[in-house]
Design a protein around this ligand. Structure first.
Ligand code: FAD
Length: 312
């Protein structure tokens, strides 16, 4: 029964850069935070091969390695990790209730750092071939495509980073983009253009994925002249942006039109003791460093709030 459950001072939902940085700061402030990891310990950062823009690592650092360092750093000061996923929250009264698959938690304060998930193309064949040739993570699945032909859809940093990573394994990487220019940063564009394994198909969308047991062909449509064609591939990687994982909070917390949580500049939602940090409330920057910074800020705010409530 809920009145027998220990009330946590601070529960952190999410163990990506934002959640783990929040855990570090909260643990050092003696809040004894409990971090619920969800299914992706380390978050999106752990999925990428190399991170070259997190300060302090002049040679770059593996995404999984950096995530592990974040975790160790937080645990060293007493942060506790709970390997579970929040399935339901009740924010109508404090302490707030968080239900998971196997448990129920009560918390005086909450830092929501559940991040974002990849967008889907929502085309025929996408769900059918997920894990059978379709992937949203080159670092996780690139290895399966040794000497195979793969296609990547997208034109941003992720699409190029992951496309470049795939050239380690694949015999060829075709990047399909719906416009005639890329959104990705200049350095990445240069690297991709120079790579002999990479080619581009411009002004084109993928309308269907075809195959039998796995991906065999992509149906393409040129957005300028409407011409259809097919591209034979063994693998198809989709990098067309992300959406915040905020369904859980619908109707309980304010969101913008894209589903990002709305906070003030101090990471506070409108509910007392409920903070948000990282990609869940950041449609603008979406980086490890900015997410971690927001996590730290949220933890400082939670500490100040709990301390002031204790004094009262
Ligand atoms: C392929 C790729 C490459 C990237 N490369 C770079 C790079 O080079 N440099 C850079 O700075 N950034 C990079 N990024 C972006 C960076 O990884 C993200 O900005 C950062 O991870 C966001 O951190 P976050 O903590 O806000 O969320 P996330 O990393 O998305 O973490 C979310 C956390 O919440 C948990 N969670 C979700 N739902 C629940 C739930 N219901 N209950 C409990 N927990 C839950 C997840 O398991 C996860 O632990 C890359 C991202 C991708 C996808």
């Amino acid at each position: 029964m809920s009145d027998e459950i220990k009330v946590e001072d601070l529960l952190i939902l999410g163990a990506g850069p934002a959640g783990l940085a929040a855990a570090l700061y909260a643990a050092r402030a003696d809040l004894n935070p409990l971090v619920m990891t969800g299914t992706e310990l380390g978050g999106q950062a752990a999925l990428t091969d190399r991170i070259e823009n997190y300060p302090g690592f002049p040679e770059g650092v593996g995404g999984a390695e950096l995530s592990e360092l974040f975790q160790k750093n937080a645990e060293r000061f007493g942060a506790r990790l709970e390997y579970d996923t929040a399935t339901e929250v009740d924010l109508t009264k404090r302490p707030y209730t968080i239900k998971t698959y196997s448990n129920e938690f009560l918390a005086k304060s909450l830092i929501i750092a559940v991040g974002a998930s990849p967008n889907k193309l929502k085309i025929p064949g996408e769900d059918q071939f997920r894990g059978k040739g379709i992937s949203y993570c080159a670092t996780c699945d690139g290895w399966f495509f040794k000497e195979k032909k793969v296609a990547v859809v997208g034109g941003g940093d992720s699409a190029l980073e992951e496309g470049l990573f795939l050239t380690r394994y694949a015999s060829s990487v075709t990047i399909i983009h719906r416009r005639d220019e890329l959104r990705a940063g200049a350095i990445l564009q240069k690297r991709a253009m120079k790579n002999e394994k990479i080619s581009f198909i411009w002004d084109t969308v993928v309308t269907e994925v075809k195959g039998d047991q796995g991906v065999e062909r992509l149906v393409l449509e040129n957005v300028k002249d409407g011409k259809k064609s097919e591209l034979e591939v063994d693998g198809f990687f989709i990098f067309i942006g992300h959406r915040p994982n905020t369904l859980l909070f619908k109707g309980q917390l304010e969101m913008d039109e894209k589903g990002y949580l709305v906070t003030d500049e101090r990471m506070r939602t409108k509910l007392p003791g409920v903070f948000a940090a990282g990609e869940v409330n950041d449609p603008h920057y979406r980086q490890v460093i900015t997410s971690a910074g927001m996590g730290a800020a949220a933890a400082i705010e939670a500490t100040r709030l709990l301390e002031s409530e204790e004094e009262d």
